[in-house]
Design a protein around this ligand. Structure first.
Ligand code: ACO
Length: 400
């Protein structure tokens, strides 16, 4: 067995911190979290107030530029984004090259990386005009790519963006509109989706944001950095949890296993089974985003005229877990992903689109964090140390 404490001493100042549980990699002025009290603020504004009163683009501006926009600034931002939604027609030919079974998260990350090939001469991370332009391009075009990934997975034709519509309505139409049919946006669905996107816009140094900052620290452009962030988000312990929650609920329902029995299996760590959508590295109290999502789940499903037994199952699961010592002692509460899937499903999104929706939500945060990192004169290339535990020097056969 390895004496890590002694290894750490031998190497002087190197600290071994698996998962960076105690190590801050940066200073940041964007998002504040108090995990014990369940507080989340963007640029000082409580998440509850932003979710209630703001729009996705307004919060995007806040995160990126540090202050709430004036009405004129917001109108100009919105207008610029509407004018940049079109994808190059050649890029649209990228989609048929992928299998229709492709996971939309893989499609999104690959197409985001591919997007950079169209702007190679305008992607200098040190050129403020390029950075502004690509910030707009990504907020405008990634939702279109996301919707095309969805359309491809269900075998439907791609629609052109409708720039008479606002950000969320346009996104809904691109996902659910059908060629030659008029698409009426449901205002309840639109507001509910906007709220969910706002709740996801930033979350300080989580795995995908840290990835964006790390890749950015090498001098890579915004497209490459964000594409890397999308890949980090894909994992089931991070953004992929929203898809995993729905899969878990579906499996419990289909197996006929009681919720209590499932919870016992989680506690016994049978086959590594976890209660997906529960637990958080930072929140050791109820995730404030989960509280808001749970509140709106009933409301949205009712307004959309959908009743889903999986929502009842999720509530039963939460109730049992919150009253169980295993979860209490470990301070495991529902995180943002526990209830979002039920709402996305009620809206008509296939399960495999859930993490893509998270990515569209998180995009402004990634862009803001990339900008903060690349402008901080103290930023250095991210390069963790290691404690070497392998073989000592030895000779290749026949040598020495
Ligand atoms: N179900 C059952 N047990 C859990 C869960 C869970 N969801 N989460 C943590 N635990 C247990 C661990 O097994 C461990 O128990 P032990 O002390 O007996 O070994 C203890 O709680 C501490 O857990 P860690 O894994 O050390 O906590 P960590 O901070 O490293 O992980 C994480 C946080 C990854 C979110 C974890 O709670 C998890 O895997 N949750 C399920 C996946 C999920 O919902 N991810 C979304 C996170 S939010 C987001 O990215 C948007």
């Amino acid at each position: 067995s390895i004496d890590f404490a002694s290894l750490t001493r031998q190497t002087g100042h190197t600290a071994l911190d698996y998962g960076f549980v105690n190590t801050a990699a940066t200073k940041s002025a964007i998002t504040y979290i108090d995990g014990d009290k369940g507080i989340l603020r963007y640029r000082g504004y409580p998440i509850e107030q932003l979710a209630k009163n703001s729009t996705y683009l307004e919060v995007a501006w806040l995160l990126i530029y540090g202050e709430l926009p004036t009405a004129d600034e917001l109108a100009e931002f919105d207008n610029k984004i509407r004018r940049h939604t079109l994808l190059h027609e050649d890029l649209k030919r990228f989609f048929p090259a992928l299998p229709h079974t492709a996971h939309p998260m893989s499609v999104l990350s690959a197409a985001t990386a591919a997007l950079s090939t169209y702007y190679e001469n305008e992607s200098d991370p040190n050129n403020p005009e390029h950075v502004e332009l690509n910030t707009i391009r990504m907020i405008a075009k990634l939702p279109v790519i996301a919707a095309y990934a969805h359309k491809k997975s269900v075998g439907q034709a791609f629609l052109y963006p409708d720039n008479s519509l606002g950000f969320v309505d346009n996104f809904l139409k691109l996902n659910f509109g059908v060629l030659s049919e008029v698409y009426e946006v449901n205002p309840v669905m639109s507001r509910a989706l906007e709220r969910l996107l706002i709740l996801h816009e930033d979350h300080e140094q989580n795995a995908s944001t840290s990835t964006v900052r790390l890749v950015g620290s090498t001098g890579a452009n915004q497209f490459s950095s964000i594409s890397a962030g999308i890949n980090a988000l894909y994992g089931p312990l991070h953004g992929g949890a929203n898809e995993a929650v729905l899969d878990m609920l579906g499996r419990i329902r289909d197996s006929g296993e009681s919720v209590q029995r499932f919870v016992e299996r989680v506690k016994n760590k049978e086959d590594g089974v976890k209660l997906m959508g529960f637990g958080h590295r930072v929140y050791k109290n109820y995730d404030p985003r989960a509280k808001l999502v749970k509140e709106s789940a009933d409301e949205v499903l009712e307004a959309l005229g959908v009743s889903d037994p999986l929502l009842d199952l999720a509530k039963e699961l939460e109730e049992i877990a919150l009253n169980d010592d295993y979860f209490r002692e470990r301070r495991l509460y529902p995180n943002v992903d526990f209830y979002t899937g039920v709402i996305y499903k009620a809206m008509g999104f296939p399960t495999r689109m859930f993490t893509v929706l998270f990515a569209i939500g998180r995009l402004p945060g990634w862009l803001a964090q990339w900008r903060e990192a690349t402008r901080d004169p103290q930023t250095k290339i991210g390069r963790p140390q290691q404690l070497y535990i392998g073989a000592g020097e030895r000779n290749y056969p026949g040598q020495g």
